[in-house]
Design a protein around this ligand. Structure first.
Ligand SMILES: Cc1cn([C@H]2C[C@H](O)[C@@H](COP(=O)(O)OP(=O)(O)OP(=O)(O)O)O2)c(=O)[nH]c1=O
Length: 210
């Protein structure tokens, strides 16, 4: 399924075919913000389960590699980008909630605490070794009464978000402060990704005359 995004001239242009192996609208918007032409092919790879004792960083990277690799195998001529975001607190890895009760449980643990959001990113390239990395952001939330969490869960926003909240959406009110990349919380370590894409010559600054 190729969804051709609408491109506005942005700071960069693609030098090679780029595929975003993601169904996340947030990740699509981030790549679009760069002005890149790219295809979207959600990965057929499912979410792997964390191995016993696996660090959140290793897990997020492994999940991102699995997503990107599954699409790269079908399109070895393209640069394929995959990403995976998890929330971690007290050593536990939180993905997307299984339902409203699970979302409520996650949020009741996160409020009044500082947790880490870890996004893994993997880039597969036709003529270079794959690159995988993870970036983490500390997110501090103030205390919230249960009825506020109920009301937030009832919006439905938490259901497709790691940790059951969206810093960029209605859940922004939950976040008192962050230390690190904001984009990384939303779903992709964009600054680091742009550096890598330029290093492997997949993108370049858009020439002034274009
Ligand atoms: C913490 C946080 C997560 N998220 C989202 C980012 C991810 O889309 C989602 C975590 O799920 P992921 O499994 O990382 O990704 P996804 O299933 O949405 O998309 P795909 O696997 O196709 O790439 O949580 C936010 O949008 N805002 C936030 O503040």
């Amino acid at each position: 399924m190729n969804i051709e995004p609408i491109i506005e001239p942005g700071p960069f242009e693609a030098v090679q075919r780029i595929i975003l192996a993601s169904g996340s609208p947030r990740r699509r918007e981030m790549l679009e913000s760069l002005g890149l032409e790219f295809d979207i092919i959600p990965s057929p790879a499912g979410e792997p389960s964390p191995e016993p004792g696996e660090s959140p960083d290793d897990y997020a990277q492994r999940a991102a590699v699995a997503k990107a690799e599954a699409v790269f195998e079908l399109h070895p001529d393209a640069v394929v980008i995959g990403s995976d975001t998890v929330v971690t607190l007290d050593g536990d890895i939180m993905g997307k909630p299984e339902g409203p009760n699970d979302a409520l449980l996650m949020l009741s643990r996160l409020v009044g605490n500082t947790h880490r959001v870890v996004s893994g990113c993997a880039i597969f390239h036709p003529h270079a070794a794959p690159v995988a990395f993870s970036v983490s952001t500390d997110v501090s939330m103030g205390p919230q009464p249960l009825e506020v969490l109920f009301a937030y869960v009832a919006t439905g926003e938490p259901m497709d978000k790691a940790g059951s909240y969206a810093i960029q959406g209605r859940g922004g009110f939950l976040v008192q402060s962050i230390s690190g990349s904001y984009n990384n919380v939303v779903g992709m370590p964009l600054a680091r990704l742009v550096d890598v894409l330029q290093d492997i010559r997949a993108i370049r600054p858009r020439p002034m005359d274009r």
